[in-house]
Structures are given as C-alpha cells and as structure tokens.
Design a protein around this ligand. Structure first.
Ligand code: C5P
Length: 219
C-alpha cells in the first residue's frame, strides 16, 4: 500500500504523514529531507549560497557535478537534525529542487524506498510531487494546505524553542517565497490533483487532520 501526501511548506503534511505511518505501521519518508540534505552539504562545501541565482547554478557545470555526487551518496533513511530545518537550508533546498539532474537521482531513491518497505505493509511519503511523479500509482493521495499566515505562526512556534532571534514575519516571507518556487517550478511543480483528497488544515489541529485522513482511508 502506498500513500502519497503533497502540500505546501509547513502545512502539516509531514506531521500527518508521520502519524499516519505510525498508526498504520508503515514505513515513512519525508522526501523534503533529501533536498535539504543535498542543500546543507552543498552549503557546507561552499558549492552554493543564497546569492547564487538559479541561472548561475545551471551554467556552472562543475557545481552541478559536485551536487550530483552529493545526491548519489545519500543513503536512506536520513537523520533529521536542526541544521536541515534552518531558513537558509529551506531556501537552498528550493533552489536545488529546480535542477533536473538532482531530481532524477532523488526520484530513484524515493521509488526504491517505496517499493521495498521494511514493514512489508506499506509506505507513506510526503513532499511536493509524490502523487504526481514519485508514486502516481499510490492507492491514496492527499493534498494539504493552510493559510500562509497560519503556517508561519506554526513554524514560528516550532523554531523559537531553538532560535530566540527568529521573527514570524521572516518566516512568512520565506514561506511565500518557497510557495512561489514550488508552484511555478518548470520540473515537477507542486500541483493539486483532482484525485487527491484535499485538507485545509488552517483551523484544525494535528489530531483532527489525522482523523479526517484515517476516515477517508477506512472509507
Ligand atoms: O518539505 P520541505 O519543506 O522539507 O521541502 C524542502 C524543499 O524541497 C521544498 O521547498 C521543495 O522545494 C523541495 N521538495 C521538492 N520535492 C519534494 C520534496 C521537497 O521539490 N518531493
């Protein structure tokens, strides 16, 4: 069984995917972590920074080769860590997500993971192109969204525990920037499929979203 969950940044799709996987005993993959891991390593090796334009990355073949090596070397499951969640890594990940060479490598890793769940039962993947590209044959597809201001508020509540300098307005700007990149990307843009079950989580808590998803799955 395959469950595909797509949605906007900080919409609650990761929380839903993780709790659904736990509830059903399925394997779980946060696919954003793959893009974030390539971005973080690229930053640590000085390959890209926030000042670089997408065009410049595309022109610099030597940089692309280095990014390809990093992507090839990723092994799943990836460990989550605070550096991967920083605002800088988020924005760099959205830049890297525009590169077809990197998407192809990460696509293969995601499909391998989905086709061999260690649980032997099923998988839940969350991201931006799961229902459209990674697992078009998924039995259940979800699309999660919430108002940008609410998403920024939630991210703020999460980040302020570890970063006392963080500002809610900065997070809202970052979310709007990433939304724009995700919806308009040339390759594998974020798309709300007509056959994806839509949940607007703006006025719902995590438990309510989980119950709605479980009701849908259980028919
Ligand atoms: O989901 P998360 O916010 O961790 O993803 C980080 C970035 O990785 C996103 O802004 C998006 O640009 C990219 N991404 C993607 N396709 C996915 C998952 C994430 O392009 N399946």
């Amino acid at each position: 069984m395959k469950i595909a969950i797509d949605g906007t940044a900080a919409s609650g799709k990761g929380t839903l995917a993780r709790s659904l996987a736990k509830e059903l005993g399925y394997d779980y993959l946060d696919t954003g972590l793959l893009y974030r891991s390539v971005a973080l390593q690229a930053k640590e090796h000085g390959i890209i920074d926030l000042n670089i334009s997408d065009k410049k990355i595309a022109i610099a073949r030597s940089k692309i080769r280095k990014l390809i090596n990093i992507a090839h070397l990723l092994t799943l499951p990836l460990l989550d860590k605070p550096d991967l969640r920083s605002q800088e890594t988020s924005l760099l990940a959205a830049k890297i997500a525009n590169l077809p060479e990197i998407r192809d490598i990460l696509l293969e890793k995601q499909r391998l993971f989905a086709n061999k769940p260690t649980s032997g039962l099923g998988v839940v993947l969350d991201g931006r192109d799961i229902g459209t590209i990674v697992l078009p044959d998924a039995e259940f597809k979800f699309f999660i969204d919430a108002k940008p201001e609410i998403r920024a508020k939630r991210r703020f509540a999460e980040l302020k525990k570890s970063d006392s300098e963080v500002l809610e307005q900065t997070l809202l700007d970052e979310i709007n920037k990433r939304d724009a990149e995700d919806w308009t990307r040339r390759i594998a843009p974020l798309k709300r499929l007509p056959n994806a079950f839509f949940i607007d989580s703006s006025s719902l808590n995590a438990d309510e979203v989980l119950q709605i998803a479980l009701n849908y799955i259980n028919g």
